[in-house]
Design a protein around this ligand. Structure first.
Ligand SMILES: Nc1nc2c(ncn2[C@@H]2O[C@H](COP(=O)(O)OP(=O)(O)OP(=O)(O)O)[C@@H](O)[C@H]2O)c(=O)[nH]1
Ligand SMILES: [Mg+2]
Length: 251
């Protein structure tokens, strides 16, 4: 533990989205672009492996001990939405070990279109779609697509190869988001990388003001795992906010 803990904890930024859409690659890219100006750490979530963490350590974008894996033992959305304990502990350990941190990036293991982070776990969240997943996915909606703080339409370089009209896909995505931002990203397109980094800087700056509150994109759709039915009901209304005191550690 540091002698004098910082009065404000690190900004917690979640990255979620379906399997293989490029979440780990985006985290690697953000670390590569921003580690020179921000003190960063990463938590990854996976069911039984720490593969994402190993990928990020191998990418050499951050000191290896700043990257930690949570093995959820169940669907990753459970650990980012329903019981966030393991993730919160991993983040707090990183904050203690590397204080002061500017931001902790949290990757959800790849999951379906409705997986979103609890606003009690992250301050803001990026939902990632992949052009190669099909142009119509952006129209399908779901809380991540419509309500995440940022929607990334990733791998735009693949559009011509998979027969997807990227401009139309981005327009469809934007139309479903009620003005919330969309970034069309390819790691091969420096302008798009700048746009993503610009959003992260802006959101971090907003977090550091007293005006920032985490918003909830909405819960998982009801679903089942074998015999267990998850209904994910909540007593509070959605688009709810986290107590602003929480992020200063006062709660
Ligand atoms: N063409 C192209 N491929 C990309 C881009 N970004 C990522 N990829 C590739 O997409 C594949 C999946 O990337 P990951 O970053 O592992 O995706 P992920 O969402 O973390 O995957 P899971 O954690 O398994 O759900 C890899 O082969 C990446 O190299 C991009 O901008 N363009
Ligand atoms: Mg990954």
């Amino acid at each position: 533990m540091p002698d004098t803990p910082s009065t404000q904890r690190a900004f917690r930024l979640g990255v979620c989205g379906p399997v293989g859409t490029g979440k780990s690659s985006i985290i690697a890219l953000l670390c590569r672009e921003l580690a020179g100006e921000l003190a960063l750490a990463v938590v990854t979530n996976d069911i039984y492996t720490d593969e994402d963490a190993r990928f990020l350590r191998a990418a050499g974008v951050l000191a290896p001990d700043r990257i930690r894996a949570v093995e959820t033992g169940a669907c990753p959305h459970t650990a980012i939405r329903d019981d966030i304990t393991a993730n919160v502990l991993a983040i707090e350990d990183l904050e203690d070990d590397f204080s002061p941190l500017d931001a902790v990036l949290v990757e959800s293991g790849g999951d379906n279109l409705t997986a979103t982070f609890s606003p009690a776990l992250v301050d803001a969240q990026i939902f990632v779609l992949d052009v190669a997943g099909g142009g119509d996915v952006a129209r399908k909606g779901g809380p991540g697509i419509t309500g995440a703080d940022l929607l990334v339409v990733n791998k735009t370089d693949l559009g011509p190869h998979v027969g997807v009209d990227v401009e139309q896909m981005v327009a469809d995505a934007a139309a479903s988001r009620n003005g919330r931002p969309v970034v069309a990203l390819s790691r091969h397109d420096p302008d798009s990388v700048r746009a993503l980094c610009g959003w992260v800087r802006l959101t971090l700056a907003r977090f550091r003001t007293e005006l920032f509150v985490a918003s909830d994109p909405g819960p998982m759709a009801p679903h089942s795992h074998g015999f267990t039915v998850h209904t994910h009901t909540h007593a509070h209304p959605h688009a709810s906010v986290v107590d602003p005191e929480y992020r200063s550690g006062a709660a």
